[in-house]
Ligand binder design. Structure first.
Ligand SMILES: [Zn+2]
Length: 402
């Protein structure tokens, strides 16, 4: 028999998850969904209302019902979107991005600050704690920010230990430990691609959720697999380095030291070499390259068309391998190559369809909708998930019978 306190906690998470993913529901619907008695639901919903996490639209008199808020039928329980907030932070090169999400996982505000390009872990902690203190002083967020998720563009263990972050010069840093000493809320540290992947899935509860693969394209190529609502982490939390799938023995040197990795065929450097004949470009030129190539290809420029063809060829090979390995229902493409991905999406879909093992279902290949703040939003959704989602709970048969 499950301990009553644990049973209450799990049922609260199940209600919060149900309301977030399926929308408002009556107490009777919730009771049916959870398989518990109406009396239990009354206790649970009343408890969540007392914590300001859910609202219940009152039953109105006939005269008043005409002026009722649209979409909120009387007697429906819904999440109080302003009842809790989660801060997501992306630490990047020369910038830190912030995104605040509410209890419905919707972005409330986002912003970016410029920082030193070689920001140290201690300096990053100060930037984050200063920002958080400013938020905490706002009436809207007072006492309502639950936790903080932070991403870094490097390899992070499940315990928030940064193994290697060459782009910022961090190596073997207990970043979660440093963060937790300054920030008084629960914190999570995650790899940026993992967070962007998680956010892309978590903010789209209507997508099939058993297996989704995410690729983040830009200066590098990161990735992640989300299985049954969780990140697939591997033994040390470092799974998902899909950019280093070896597609050839030759090619340009990859950031991992090998040659022929997917990353080295589809990142900004590859585009630059193919389209400009050199990868010695400024940051601004790299940032604009995807849009430049897509626009030139749309105008029929032969060199741009060849670059697009190469990009689709190698990206298609990478995705085909991932689809053969994971059988995902959805393949999401995020990162900083939006214009080129939009331009070539149908060709990528065709390449995947032609290339995967015969008979394997073709996944829905689509673009992430989160945009520039996808890592910060993703970090916030991971914080949300830790606090308020039933899929984070792992409970064994033995524990249930304890
Ligand atoms: Zn590599």
């Amino acid at each position: 028999m499950v301990d009553q306190t644990l049973a209450k906690y799990l049922n609260e998470l199940r209600i919060l998850t149900m309301l977030r993913t399926q929308g408002p529901a009556s107490r009777a619907d919730i009771a049916r969904g959870l398989g518990v008695t109406p009396a239990t639901i009354t206790r649970l919903v009343n408890g969540l209302m007392a914590r300001d996490l859910v609202n219940e639209a009152r039953k109105l008199t006939k005269a008043k019902s005409a002026s009722r808020e649209p979409g909120r039928p009387a007697g429906q329980v819904s999440l109080n979107r302003e009842g809790a907030f989660f801060l997501g932070v992306e630490i990047g090169v020369g910038m830190v991005r912030f995104a605040m999400i509410d209890l419905l996982s919707r972005v409330v505000e986002s912003s970016e600050v410029v920082v030193a390009r070689d920001i140290s872990p201690a300096e990053a902690v100060t930037v984050i704690s200063d920002y958080l203190e400013t938020c905490k002083n706002q009436v809207r967020y007072k006492e309502k920010i639950q936790s903080v998720g932070v991403t870094v563009p490097g390899i992070v263990t499940s315990n928030g230990f940064v193994i290697n972050l060459p782009i910022l010069g961090w190596k073997s840093v207990d970043f979660l430990g440093e963060l937790s000493r300054s920030v008084t809320l629960p914190c999570i540290v995650e790899n940026d691609a993992n967070a962007a992947a998680f956010g892309a899935v978590y903010t789209q509860p209507n997508l099939p959720s058993i297996c989704t693969i995410f690729l983040k394209l830009g200066a590098g190529c990161g990735g992640a697999a989300i299985v049954n609502g969780r990140l697939l982490r591997g033994a040390n939390g470092a799974a998902g380095e899909f950019g280093h799938i070896r597609l050839a023995d030759n090619g340009s040197q990859c950031s991992c030291g090998q040659k022929g990795c997917l990353e080295s065929w589809v990142n900004f450097g590859a585009l630059a070499r193919s389209y400009r004949g050199t990868d010695d470009l400024s940051e601004a030129e790299f940032a604009n390259l995807s849009a430049e190539v897509a626009a030139a290809a749309a105008h029929g420029e032969a060199k741009a068309a060849a670059t697009v063809n190469d990009f689709v060829h190698w990206l298609g090979l990478g995705i085909v391998s991932l689809v053969n390995l994971f059988n995902p229902s959805t393949m999401i493409l995020g990162g900083e190559m939006g214009p080129l991905l939009e331009f070539s999406l149908q060709n990528i879909r065709d390449a995947v369809q032609k290339g995967i093992v015969s008979g394997l279902p073709v996944p829905d290949v689509r673009l992430s909708e989160l945009g520039k703040f996808e890592c910060a939003i993703g970090a916030a959704t991971i914080a949300h998930h830790h606090a308020f989602d039933i899929s984070r709970v792992e409970i064994s048969e033995n524990e249930l019978q304890a």
